[in-house]
Design a protein around this ligand. Structure first.
Ligand code: ATP
Length: 322
């Protein structure tokens, strides 16, 4: 017989992403509606090991839907990767009579959740990472907000670039993923996008810039942090083009800010799907959005492949820049 879910835990882990709070709010309120009590664990898996939690109520998640970051805070925990850490977490959950755990985070957090499930804890993941690099979901919470933040910042950079006829190199987040760079590049009308995994030739780019500059007031290169350092790209191009080149590293600004409508809406839908999945006795999976439908994807499937960048979008961004 399926075990009745009376109490769940929820936490946010890994890098903070806008929309995490909207997901916490929706998960707590929907769970309470389903007569489930919710414990919010602070600082991700670290709080699970330290048994640092607070009982969340409808009121305690009021006024957070529009806030960036996470009210449950987040942390990285090396201890959680050890057997001892996992055992502590599992025992704390057992002592608190937690029937299932909702983990809001990225790929690393889901691997942690999967490890915990091997100790008999029911787990479900809600994808949240501005890198949008989790296989199995078209979108992760925080990505759309980060994209919009970048678009806003780059439009300001373009003002000064075209006023002064400059070449600008903008570095966006993405150590292993080019999603933010490609999509922000396309949305900002950048001339070049440099991403991890696709080779680029600065000599060729510089010669193209030189030959195509006539009639152009600005040139914009979008660089994912994992592909190259904006400063180095800027100084190489400057040497080759003999023109003013500036760079800007957008940094942590990209993480912050109030979530966009897209992030708030998927946060609400992810949360409902996650709670329903847990109630149905499900475990070891994440909720996802695929072709505009909210789905559940087993962690084994999530970890089986790497998310592949849409090369046609990359090519298209360069076609439009001609
Ligand atoms: P982001 O994509 O924003 O970085 P993330 O969830 O991938 O988010 P990580 O720092 O990789 O962030 O992971 C968060 C926590 O999950 C780690 O501090 C660790 O406790 C746990 N974790 C990460 N990787 C693993 C792993 N391979 N096995 C078990 N636990 C892991």
């Amino acid at each position: 017989m399926r075990k009745q879910i009376r109490k769940i835990g929820i936490l946010t882990s890994g890098g903070d992403a806008s929309g995490m709070n909207a997901a916490i709010r929706a998960a707590v309120r929907y769970a309470i509606y389903k007569k489930i009590e919710v414990y919010g664990y602070y600082e991700g898996f670290k709080g699970l090991i330290a048994n640092n939690y607070k009982v969340l109520t409808n009121n305690s998640v009021g006024g957070i839907i529009d806030r960036g970051g996470t009210v449950l805070f987040t942390a990285r925990s090396e201890e959680f990767k050890t057997k001892e850490g996992l055992l502590k977490a599992k025992n704390n959950l057992k002592e608190n009579s937690i029937d299932a755990l909702v983990v809001i985070g990225g790929d690393g957090s889901f691997r942690g959740a999967r490890d915990l499930s091997e100790f008999g804890v029911n787990v479900v993941g809600i994808p949240a990472t501005i890198d949008n690099d989790i296989y199995g979901t078209d979108l992760s919470l925080g990505f759309d907000t980060a994209l919009n933040v970048i678009i806003d910042l780059v439009s300001k950079i373009r003002d000064t670039a075209s006023s002064h006829e400059r070449i600008f190199v903008v570095e966006v987040m993405g150590r292993n993923s080019g999603e933010l760079a490609i999509k922000s590049g396309l949305a900002c009308g950048s001339d070049y996008v440099l991403i991890p995994g696709i080779k680029f030739d600065l000599a060729k780019i510089s010669s193209e810039i030189k030959n195509h500059r006539i009639g152009k007031r600005h040139t914009l290169l979008m660089v994912a942090e994992g592909a190259a350092k904006a400063e180095e790209v800027a100084s190489s191009i400057k040497l080759l083009v003999d023109h003013e080149v500036r760079f800007s590293v957008l940094g942590h600004i990209q993480r912050g800010g109030s979530p966009t409508a897209v992030d708030r809406l998927i946060a609400a839908q992810f949360a409902k799907k996650a709670i329903d999945f847990i109630i149905s006795g499900g475990t070891n999976a994440m909720v996802a959005i695929q072709k505009n439908k909210i789905e559940v994807v087993d962690f084994n499937e999530v970890f089986s492949k790497n998310k592949i960048i849409d090369k046609s979008l990359y090519d298209y961004a360069h076609i439009l820049a001609l």
